[in-house]
Design a protein around this ligand. Structure first.
Ligand code: DQA
Length: 140
């Protein structure tokens, strides 16, 4: 079972970035713990601050991986290209947001990803990534 986690811009700063909103754990530390908890899963992590690199990664993993967990971060609200890439690939994508985007600024309510994703997990912190993984492992 091969699952890709793809994070968008500024998520490389998790742990340092606005900890009141995003928490104090780095994604690397969370990812190590997740891999230890699910040794049966081949978990692959990719992060980029560049929109086109995120599209390239979706295209790269989107035809032979078993699932994709994606937090497109700010590009969620702006990127038609990421929405189109998710529609174009075969592998299911679960959209994750650490914070509750619906309880924040108005512009965060628009997602170019939600309608193309299998589903969205919003506002449950880093736990959202694990819940997405559990969904992908149980729902084929
Ligand atoms: C985010 C929410 C986005 O609005 C924001 O731009 C992010 C992170 C989240 O995980 O809560 O960078 O996707």
């Amino acid at each position: 079972m091969k699952i890709a986690i793809i994070n968008g811009p500024n998520l490389n700063l998790l742990g340092k970035r606005e900890p009141g909103i995003y928490g104090s754990q780095s994604f690397e530390a969370f990812f190590e713990a997740l891999k230890a908890q699910y040794p049966q899963v081949e978990l692959h992590y990719f992060q980029s601050n560049i929109e086109g690199e995120l599209v390239n990664e979706l295209q790269r993993v989107g035809f032979d991986y078993d699932g994709i967990i994606m937090n497109p971060a700010a590009y969620t609200h702006t990127s038609v290209a990421i929405g189109d890439a998710i529609a174009a690939i075969k592998t299911r994508v679960v959209e994750v947001h650490i914070s509750n985007v619906h309880a924040r600024e108005e512009f965060r309510k628009l997602s170019h990803v939600s309608a193309k994703a299998a589903g969205s997990i919003i506002g449950l912190g880093l736990k959202g990534y694990e819940l997405a993984l559990q969904f992908l492992l149980t729902r084929q």
